[in-house]
Design a protein around this ligand. Structure first.
Ligand SMILES: Cc1cc2nc3c(=O)[nH]c(=O)nc-3n(C[C@H](O)[C@H](O)[C@H](O)COP(=O)(O)OP(=O)(O)OC[C@H]3O[C@@H](n4cnc5c(N)ncnc54)[C@H](O)[C@@H]3O)c2cc1C
Length: 293
């Protein structure tokens, strides 16, 4: 289908210019565009009909990954290809590089951005589940210049719904400085490798000197109600070591507590099996990463 008419296309060079441009339109008339990998499909199918599209790709301050003693900051316009390659994200935050490395195909990874994925929050997307697991926060700025920070658990809501207001730009995703013995991982299963996942599972763990889990967060994507944390499983993982039977018991809890749907891609039981099997794989990777391997 041909897209509905877009009257204005603007390409500002700063966040300030982008916000001023958005402020000239009535609520909902102007939309920001990042990599366009979801927005343009929505425009073509007329799910959304923006009067104006404000392209964020020339705004340098929204791009790149930096690390400091306080943690890691990922600019919202950082593309998947760069998230996948960044060495700061390899161990404690390896779930984010895993997710970025397996989104769609090469073209999608070269255009799509971490911020675009989080703002769109598609049910089967990889980044929302991975961000729930690693416990990131979103830095936002509104048309009035007011800044706020929202934790992933509050930012990510139901399908295609987030805590971002229409006039807010997502500036960055921030991650706290992780302890030395922390690891995370993400894995998805889709009908074809290059497509959106039927189920994607991410885990973040911290372990003590003896290798037992002291903190765990587990996020699941591919659910019709939007990505969710499996908090019962997280509690059950505390104290468990790599390879112990208790890991399987915790994943049983995850499969039981997460409500899965049946659709033409997979039935509910199959989705629960995916939570168990992908969960076992990512926990093994997270333990290895936490051990510095
Ligand atoms: C063939 C194909 C395969 C795919 N496979 C996968 C997959 O396996 N896994 C997966 O997770 N995803 C997949 N996707 C979706 C892809 O990840 C999209 O890139 C992503 O959902 C959107 O990111 P984007 O940068 O393209 O954002 P856009 O499409 O440009 O924008 C998405 C939404 O976010 C808003 N927005 C973007 N950036 C900002 C910002 N900084 N501040 C405020 N609002 C903003 C826009 O207004 C829009 O509403 C696939 C897409 C395609 C086309």
């Amino acid at each position: 289908m041909y897209p509905a008419i877009i009257e204005d296309y603007l390409r500002p060079n700063s966040v300030d210019e982008a916000l001023k441009a958005a402020g000239k339109y009535d609520a909902g008339e102007a939309m920001f565009i990042a990599g366009g990998q979801s927005l343009m499909q929505a425009v073509k199918s007329r799910l959304v009909r923006p009067r104006c599209v404000i392209d964020l790709q020339s705004i340098k301050e929204l791009k790149g990954i930096s690390a400091s003693g306080a943690g890691i900051r990922i600019g919202a316009m950082t593309r998947y290809v760069d998230v996948a390659a960044d060495t700061n994200l390899k161990r404690a935050y390896g779930a984010l590089s895993d997710a970025a490395a397996h989104v769609g195909d090469r073209q999608v990874r070269n255009r799509g951005t971490i911020g675009g994925s989080l703002c769109w929050n598609y049910v089967a997307a990889c980044m929302p589940a991975a961000n729930l697991a690693v416990g990131s926060s979103m830095e936002l700025i509104s048309a009035t210049g007011k800044k706020r920070t929202v934790i992933a658990d509050e930012f990510i809501k139901g399908p295609l719904e987030t805590a971002r207001a229409d006039d807010e730009v997502l500036l960055a995703i921030t991650l706290p400085a992780a302890p030395a013995k922390a690891g995370s991982a993400y894995k998805k299963w889709g009908v074809v490798t290059d497509a959106l996942p039927v189920i994607g599972v991410a885990v973040y763990i911290e372990v003590d000197g003896g290798g037992a889990i002291t903190k765990a967060r587990l996020g699941v994507g591919g659910l019709s109600t939007g990505p969710k944390r499996a908090k019962g499983a997280e509690a059950a993982l505390i104290g468990k070591k790599a390879g112990e039977a208790g890991i399987g018991t915790a994943l049983e809890k995850a499969a039981a507590e997460i409500e899965t749907q049946s659709d033409h891609w997979a039935d509910s039981t199959y989705r629960k099996n995916l939570i168990r099997t992908l969960g076992a794989d990512i926990l093994a990777s997270a333990f290895a990463r936490a051990a510095g391997k």
